[in-house]
Design a protein around this ligand. Structure first.
Ligand code: NI
Length: 226
């Protein structure tokens, strides 16, 4: 399930993020790649000790925190703090790979990557190429979004970033451990939540909406791991 969330960052946040990123120093993207990914990864990453890192992370995590759509689509239990990357010049591509299933951060915390997310951080008109290519059971998707928009997809998917042939592509990526590990179960809950939203808008809190909401929560109760 590939879901796009438009305008996750507000205009104001996007301006702040751009200003922070403009002053940032970039280093090799190999720092967070496993051995297989390292063979195909050729990009740049914001260094761990970059002074802009904490403010950028706070900004992105606050935006995720207030997004009802992000919550519904991911049912987050843990979020690996975001990383920032740049594709340009000779460091402009990330070939097909799969993200590691388990990630470690802050000296020992573990996150199981159920969902991968990419937040696009500059105007797609500023670069050619740089599509996020995601393979799923319904075929291959090429995604390139407006600055401040997010895409999420199952971490089990094989994916790549196509070569950037002009300009630079700046993005942020992160991994989410969901309360609901199974992608099929997450899909059912997401579809149901979206349908309930529309029913509530069209009919208000009628008896059937209350009962279906109870069913949503009862499914979540069955499936959630806390
Ligand atoms: Ni990846």
């Amino acid at each position: 399930m590939l879901i796009k969330i438009d305008d996750l960052l507000s205009h104001n946040e996007m301006t702040q993020a751009s200003a922070l990123l403009a002053r940032a120093a970039w280093s090799s993207g190999l720092a967070t790649a496993g051995p297989q990914a390292a063979r195909v990864k050729n990009n740049q990453q914001l260094a761990d000790d970059a002074p802009q890192f904490p403010a950028l992370r706070r900004l992105v995590l606050a935006a995720l925190d207030r997004s009802a759509l992000f919550f519904s689509a991911t049912l987050p239990r843990k979020i690996l703090p975001p990383f920032f990357n740049r594709y340009t010049g000779r460091t402009n591509v990330y070939g097909f790979h799969v993200d590691n299933a388990v990630r470690q951060y802050d000296g020992g915390h573990l996150v199981r990557a159920d969902i991968s997310a990419t937040l696009f951080l500059n105007d797609p008109a500023d670069y050619d190429g740089g599509e996020l290519i995601v393979e799923d059971t319904f075929g291959t998707h090429a995604v390139k979004l407006a600055a401040g928009s997010l895409v999420i997809y199952p971490s089990s998917s094989i994916h790549a970033v196509s070569p950037v042939t002009r300009g630079e592509r700046i993005a942020c990526f992160m991994f989410i451990q969901s309360m609901v590990r199974d992608v099929g179960q997450r899909r059912i809950l997401y579809d149901m939540d979206m349908a309930l939203l529309r029913l509530r808008q069209d009919f208000g809190e009628i008896d059937a909406v209350i009962r279906l909401t109870a069913t949503y929560h009862n499914l979540l109760r069955q499936w959630a791991e806390l």
